[in-house]
Design a protein around this ligand. Sequence first.
Ligand code: ADP
Length: 396
Amino acid sequence: MSTKSESCSDNCSSCQEDCTDRREEHIDFSEDLHHMSSVKKVYCVVSGKGGVGKSSVTSMMGVTMNKMGYNTAILDADITGPSIPKAFGIKEKARATEIGILPSKSQEGIDIMSVNLLLENDTDPVVWRGPIIANTVKQFWSDVIWTDIDYMFIDMPPGTGDVPLTVFQSIAIDGIIVVTSPQELVSMIVTKAVKMAEMMNIPIVGLVENMSYFQCPDNGKKYKVFGESHIDEVAKEHGLKVLAKIPIDPEISSACDRGEIEKYDKGYLEPLGKMLVKIEEDKMTKIAVASENDTVTEHFGHCINFNIYDVEDGKIINSESIPNPGHKPGFLPNFLNDMGVKVIISGGMGGGAVDIFNEKGVEVIIGASGNAKDAALAYLDGSLKSTNAVCDHNHD
Ligand code: ADP
């Protein structure tokens, strides 16, 4: 491979030469949300083929997060097989206004957008070509007004075709949930999903096995209707988690058929819901800086105030100053830990306090000085390290 020629115009997109200076164009397919929308977290629910219960899992996931008190939305991207509105018994169509499309609301308040909410008759088939289908999904993201959504779940079309690809490229997705059933070629499907996720640089949250078994209501025995499950081995092979195993339950299909999925309440997806919340909590940190007003103090126990910084995704989003509630041995570390503090920064600190913080899993940074907020920022960018020099004189 040669270096670029003297006549090079530096426009790689119009040149076929495979030279060492070639720069690949990065094409950004991402679509912006409607300017009035706010969507915090987006999870895609995918499957290898139709009929494994992807839409049912998406619906139940929406119901779970909504019950947990989060503003929830479902974007039905399964354009040719839309089944979300039916599962929620939504009859009212979505409303197009001058400023954007308003999603329909389920009885419990989940915002839902689906092509069925735009068609005159639910039974009208969608006989559109791939690019039009993909554009419709993009519009569901960019032209619908999604108001103050904490969690959005996208019911993806099955497989790894044109539409899923467009969705992954155009929507800011936080994670993928893969739904399988025991009768599928699970290993192949999961491997494909993992490769696609890697290509798109989106993490897989884990696997949900649907129709995992049937528990006989008469004798309580579990029957593996579709044969032995291999989900645990496959998950292990890829370093993934099995997030839930949902049995075959006629109540799921009848609840979907009646449009009452919100009344189905067996909690199979609750652990997954809690895990999604924990993912966010783990990104949040509280840093306390033992201070004298806005300056890092030398003496942890005798500081005047604690400057507390709430951190999300590595950035300070909130700060407050709390007066030192008093200096009694052992009291302050417990006080700060109870407040949810994960990092304490100080100039100096006694061994007793350090031990309690360590026990509680609170990181201790000693040896800091100067402006309190600057110290917190330096901790966040990795430039502030603890000297670990514990004070031996008596100041907690
Ligand atoms: P997909 O979205 O993968 O095509 P659906 O969620 O539409 O699949 O499910 C296909 C059918 O199976 C639906 O009638 C649904 O009600 C039913 N179903 C899904 N999961 C279960 C389950 N765990 N037990 C019983 N029926 C189920």
